[in-house]
Design a protein around this ligand. Structure first.
Ligand code: FAD
Ligand code: EPU
Length: 337
């Protein structure tokens, strides 16, 4: 295990912005975390855990220690119709999905093609196309930095909700997830309720999709809407879809009858942030080196040489204009460093 100094993070964040870390270490085994943090000088530094850097915006250099999770390993145990899949934090999320789809371990296929690592997936309870991580999460192992001990978190411990978990709130920065166990099924029940899935299946003449066809269709829809971070820097949705009380929604609906919205539990409505941003005229706009994606206004992009600070300032302009038109304060989904 080598700790590097003054390490560039440009290729380790999907926005592709320039930033450096005072110290950087790549962790390949859980035990290395014990070794690292038994050294007081690393215990006391500001820390940042990094997976694939696909949900981060660096607005400055990181004056501390970046711990990059690179723990691999993927295995499955079958009990009746249940399949328990264990994956190291450093496994690429989509490699896990492909492994499950290839082996017909069902439940995770709607989360095809989400960038990033397994270790980060519980942090914001990743979700797409009608499925959230919490639907397939069984437990995870996490290293507690202050004690050097491993704790196992069950689903209940994680307090998952829309793009939230305990790792983003009360335990933020205190634990490093080293492994996640997923509970999948040998029985495939296609979840095709969201958006364009049915349309795309019909277009392909597929009546009863198998797991691999569903994964392919979801990947296809994603590619048509979202920019590929290897060619255009971005971190997916920059903001969360705001959840408002039904009464607020009903008032807004009088003025904005076609406001795109989804149910969000009793008494609440989720409003499409992409729609709100588009209505303010931002969709596809290029401002300096940044802008929003032409097919999805919720995605902010780096058109080449944007700095993190420029993207951050652009996001503030969007927040202001949505607030002044709709009285809704957008919350950033991306982690701002
Ligand atoms: P990072 O960006 O490296 O880290 C994200 C956060 O998790 C940080 O706070 C970090 O400190 C913390 N973290 C990372 N690893 C660990 C660990 N092992 N232990 C503790 N904390 C950790 N997200 C969705 O939910 N749904 C989508 O559909 C979706 N689509 C996307 C599309 C594109 C094109 C892009 C670029 C991003 C998209 N995202 C989506 C966002 C992103 O892929 C997810 O948030 C992903 O889980 C981030 O993984 P990562 O490894 O890159 O995490
Ligand atoms: N819409 C617009 N204009 C836009 C974008 C969207 O009007 O520019 C409206 C359209 O009516 C569209 C609807 O909003 O049909 C929903 O759009 P989409 O299906 O793209 O979903 P989203 O709500 O914008 C969320 C997630 C995505 C996830 C998709 C699919 C959040 C913050 N984002 O986006 O996650 O992939 O649903 O499930 O919840 C991410 O988190 O990074 C991410 C990409």
């Amino acid at each position: 295990m080598q700790v590097f100094e003054n390490f560039s993070l440009k290729t380790l964040n999907t926005f592709g912005v320039e930033a450096s870390a005072d110290y950087f270490v790549d962790i390949e085994k859980e035990e290395q975390l014990q070794e690292l943090f038994s050294n007081d000088s690393y215990q006391n530094l500001p820390r940042l855990v990094l997976g694939g850097g696909s949900n981060m915006l660096f607005t400055q250099n990181f004056k501390g220690l970046v711990v990059h999770l690179n723990i691999h390993g993927l295995s499955a145990e079958i009990h009746g119709n249940d399949v328990f899949v264990r994956a190291g934090a450093g496994v690429i999320w989509n490699d896990l999905v492909n492994y499950c789809v290839d082996n017909e371990f069902a439940g995770i296929e709607n989360l095809s093609l989400i960038p990033g690592s397994v270790g980060a997936s519980p942090v914001q309870n990743i979700g797409a196309y009608g499925v959230e991580l919490q639907d397939v999460f069984h437990s995870c192992r996490a290293f507690e930095i202050s004690t050097g001990k491993i704790k196992v978190f069950t689903k209940e411990d994680c307090a998952f909700s829309y793009r939230e978990s305990v790792f983003k709130s009360s335990l933020k920065g205190l634990f490093i997830i080293t492994e996640v166990t997923f509970k999948l099924s040998k029985i495939f029940q296609p979840n095709v309720s969201y958006g364009a899935i049915m349309d795309e299946l019909t277009k392909r003449g597929i009546n009863q999709a198998n797991i691999s066809q569903l994964s392919q269709v979801i990947s296809h829809i994603r590619v048509s809407k979202l920019p590929d971070p290897t060619t255009i820097g971005n971190a997916g949705s920059f903001f969360k879809n705001p959840i408002v009380p039904e009464s607020t929604f009903n008032t807004l609906k009088i003025k904005f009858a076609d406001m795109v919205h989804f149910p969000a539990g009793e008494g609440y409505v989720k409003i499409s942030a992409g729609w709100l941003i588009e209505q303010c005229g931002w969709k596809g706009k290029v401002v300096g080196n940044t802008g929003t994606w032409k097919n999805q206004a919720l995605v902010l992009v780096n058109h080449g040489n944007a700095s993190g600070d420029e993207i951050f300032r652009f996001s503030s302009a969007i927040i202001e204009s949505v607030n002044s038109k709709f009285g809704i304060l957008l919350e950033r989904e991306v982690n701002i460093i």
